[in-house]
Write a protein that binds this ligand. Structure first.
Ligand code: AP5
Length: 592
């Protein structure tokens, strides 16, 4: 049994510890199975969380000692599903509830129930609903928050359908700290939405959703009792669709970091297959976090509390805040990857100051990034070797890539802190097997790159062979195969070189996307910070006019140019087509 976290709690108040389910709580009161409360006491309690899911609380009083064990259970799923009218939210909700047992809260259904019961709320809402307009926020928000606070939703998790529908509704939930684990968006082309709405029929007995063509009722008896929603005429659907489109982006900006976009123009079973795997993944991640205990929950909270992409990236030079933001972002991703056993890692970060193809490239920014990583690993007690590739070629042809000229000297003259890390915990070396010492724990390689006629890969491979299972981190490598007229580069087979270069996995990726080449204005960005997905951002203005990066899609692997093009054009995923048109320029940017 391994102790992973220990904290002391002075029990002068009632403390609530989320994510803990007591199964034998003789001296604890539990308001719900997802919480554990410690009753007020003047004594001191120690709380020990163990890897094997047991929690031990030891009373430190001299008078009486008590020990008790509680099993930990993951907190329930909290899911939001969104999409245009008739995108299939209700249909998917039926399937989600069946599999995951969540409490389905549909604002449309709640409102329709109020209308048919003739309540005051229903009478107020009816007029708006029948016109295809949004019902005023104060009515809907009160309804949703009161439903969410009920015990079944707390215990089994919830599936919120049709809320929030505006920026202010999203803000209301945020202010109440009601935050979902995942925000699913169903994408369906407009013309299909209209057909779906007009053909929709509802069974008032089973509440099942049918469609005259797509999902006809099973029996004549059911068919005879089906009803049509008053807001399902073509004209009203168009009005609802307009309202949806007007609000969609503003809502997305609130949930950009947890959004999963799904092509809703497939058979319902296919769509559910995708939702099922997303929700299963979210559950797995929750479980993994819980098992890894405090260390991972700390690192994941970094992503949860992630502030989003900094704005004003058009302003050059970047401010210190922006630089520090990126240094920290890279550091956290690299640490998480190493903690998970990563040893061949690659950081690719292409903000303007780190993009050698731009006039504003600053070698100092690259060196600062390297220093941040090296000092932080040194603080953790690791011996870090910072390596800059030496001269390549022979005689008059000897030299190094322009980007690295003078780098080693700059590193040596930099301020490495007052406590003398340089020379003790941090050493400077070059690339190759002979630069690997037994005392080195970790290697940071500064922008290793092939030059025409000179291939760094053989030296790199010799170095990684010598490093064995010690982490080697490449910062902004350029290991693309370059043509060489002299043939010097061909000392190692091309396939082998490419295969070797591919053994390094991205633990961090950031690239700004432009409308053309690297010319301003910025169109968006692609970011990946281990262990999270690739996130595609669009740069836009929020309702207050401020610049902001909004997530428009996420991907488990680096997206293809087609996928990026489709996301920017608002097209559903998985369309097989060649890169072309307005966004075709991305071709050259994302293939490296
Ligand atoms: P609400 O009931 O939420 O309506 P909606 O968002 O417009 O969505 P729908 O219920 O029309 O469609 P759906 O996506 O659930 O699709 P379904 O699965 O049924 O809201 C109604 C009104 O209430 C609003 O207009 C507003 O006035 C008010 N309101 C609600 N929430 C509010 C809020 N937060 N704030 C203010 N006002 C609010 O599928 C549609 C059809 O397609 C069915 O016939 C189905 O069988 C078929 N279908 C589904 N999936 C597929 C598939 N994969 N392939 C083929 N056909 C499919």
């Amino acid at each position: 049994m391994m102790l992973t976290a220990l904290s002391h709690i002075q029990c002068t108040n009632v403390y609530t510890i989320p994510s803990i389910f007591p199964d034998t709580p003789p001296l604890l009161s539990s308001p719900s199975s997802s919480f554990l409360s410690l009753e007020p006491s003047s004594h001191r309690l120690s709380l020990h969380v163990y890897n094997n899911d047991r929690l031990r609380i030891t009373h430190k009083s001299n008078v009486c000692g008590l020990k008790l064990s509680c099993s930990l259970k993951e907190p329930p799923l909290k899911v939001m599903i969104s999409g245009a009218p008739a995108s299939g939210k209700g249909t998917q909700c039926e399937l989600i509830v069946k599999k995951f047992g969540l409490v389905h809260i549909s604002t449309g259904d709640l409102l329709r129930a109020e209308v048919s019961s003739g309540t005051e709320i229903g009478n107020k809402a009816k007029e708006f609903m029948n016109a295809g307009k949004l019902v005023p926020d104060e009515i809907v928000t009160a309804m949703v928050t009161s439903r969410l606070s009920r015990e079944d939703a707390k215990q089994n998790g919830w599936l919120l359908d049709g809320y929030p529908r505006s920026f202010s509704q999203a803000q209301s939930l945020q202010s109440l700290k009601i935050i979902p684990d995942v925000y699913i968006v169903l994408d369906v082309p407009d013309e299909i939405l209209i057909d779906r709405c007009v053909g929709r029929r509802l069974d008032p007995v089973t509440k099942k959703i049918y469609h005259v063509k797509n999902f006809p009722p099973e029996t004549e008896e059911i068919k005879a009792r089906l009803t049509t929603r008053p807001d399902d005429t073509e004209e009203k659907v168009k009005a609802r669709l307009e309202i949806y489109k007007t609000n969609a982006d503003a809502i997305l900006s609130t949930y950009s970091n947890i959004m999963k976009r799904i092509d809703g123009n497939h058979p319902k079973e296919v769509i559910f297959g995708e939702i099922d795997s997303i929700l299963s993944q979210v559950l797995n991640d929750k479980e993994k976090k819980r098992k890894l205990g405090s260390s991972l929950s700390q690192s994941s909270s970094i992503q949860d509390n992630w502030r989003g992409i900094p704005t004003k990236l058009n302003n050059i030079p970047h401010s210190r805040d922006i630089r520090n933001y990126f240094y920290d972002d890279v550091l956290q991703a690299t640490k998480r990857s190493i903690n998970d056993g990563g040893i061949r890692l690659k950081v690719e970060i292409n903000i303007p100051e780190l993009n050698p193809e731009m006039d504003v490239y600053r070698i100092g920014t690259l060196m600062e990034l390297v220093r941040t990583l090296a000092l932080s690993f040194a603080d953790d007690g690791k011996s870090v070797k910072v390596c800059v590739q030496g001269s390549m070629g022979e005689g008059a042809l000897a030299g190094m890539p322009l980007q690295l000229a003078g780098t080693r000297q700059i590193l040596e003259y930099m301020d490495w802190g007052e406590y003398g890390a340089m020379g003790t915990f941090i050493k400077i070396g070059a690339i190759g097997a002979k630069h690997v010492d037994d005392t080195d724990d970790l290697f940071i390689l500064v922008a290793p790159q092939n030059a025409v006629g000179n291939c760094i890969i053989e030296d790199l491979q010799a170095m990684t062979d010598a490093a064995g299972d010690r982490p080697v981190i490449l910062i902004n490598p350029r290991l693309k195969d370059l043509p060489a007229s002299s043939g010097i580069m061909q000392t190692m087979g091309r396939d082998k070189r490419l295969k070797y270069a591919a053994t390094f996995e991205n633990c961090y990726f950031f690239r700004l996307l432009y409308y053309a080449g690297t010319q301003y204005p910025i169109m968006g960005a692609l970011r990946m910070s281990y262990p999270y997905r690739y996130e595609l951002y669009k740069r836009m203005n929020d309702p207050s006019g401020k610049e902001k990066y909004v997530i428009i899609s996420t991907y488990p692997k680096k997206p293809t140019i087609d996928e990026v093009n489709d996301a920017f054009e608002g097209k559903p995923r998985n369309e097989n087509k060649k890169a072309q048109g307005f966004w075709g320029f991305l071709s050259g940017i994302l293939q490296n």
